[in-house]
Design a protein around this ligand. Sequence first.
Ligand SMILES: Cc1cc2nc3c(=O)[nH]c(=O)nc-3n(C[C@H](O)[C@H](O)[C@H](O)COP(=O)(O)O)c2cc1C
Length: 248
Amino acid sequence: MTRPPAPHEIGLLEGIATTRAIRRFTDEPVSDADLAAVFFAATRAPSGSNRQPWRFIALRNDETSRRAKRLLGETARRMWALKRRGDRYDEGSGRRPDSPKARMARSMQRFAENFESAPVIVLVCFLRYREESHFEGASIFPCCQNLLLAARARGLGGVLTGFQAGAEAELRELLGIPDEVVLSAAIPLGHPEGGHGPVRRRPLREFVYQGRWGETPDWAVDPPGTRHAKAGPPGHRTFLDQGAGDGA
Ligand SMILES: Cc1cc2nc3c(=O)[nH]c(=O)nc-3n(C[C@H](O)[C@H](O)[C@H](O)COP(=O)(O)O)c2cc1C
């Protein structure tokens, strides 16, 4: 029997296809060496004109970080409670404890309840250098994905969240963040309880066209054995879902 590859032995494409959103962590601390490796990868990301407009605040275990993490935990709980109601997690199949919807709700509930106990929470900051534009995310979110992929390679895990949005003013004051800096994301990081595994998305043929809108090429096929998932929160359908394939 061949042993499964260690995280650092996983190839790039395999890593991309198996980097899940990790929301449960063990208590094991994240080492300085792991953080250095993860931030090195994050800061290799592309950005417009190579401006490198990202700054990161690693919240670990000092008193100020613990206060910032608590603020984030409180907003995580508030925002998840709103989403739980808004996206009707407790209705329909959500009433069955074994349904994917109910399982997702349990996992999110536990995540929100324990948000501040992640060994590290990375506050991702963006140095805005011109008027706000819909395109500016393109110079900050690639570094977040690099960070998560590098975390995977070091045996860690995490997930991009928007929970910082609920405590911006308090976080700015507590952490001395200047007004012109945008708080783009809060990424908890740690050693996963459980593991990574194949991410599930919709079939490739639903995403890729050739030559013109809606023309699916023959080559747009998933590797054998790929399992799929619908887009969006459970039970949510967009106009693009009408008549769409067999996502499960
Ligand atoms: C822009 C963006 C915002 C997100 N916000 C949150 C969030 O606030 N809370 C959370 O738990 N996950 C958040 N996520 C994580 C997504 O839920 C997750 O990436 C998605 O469900 C896919 O998970 P998977 O890769 O494990 O399949 C966010 C992801 C992105 C890209």
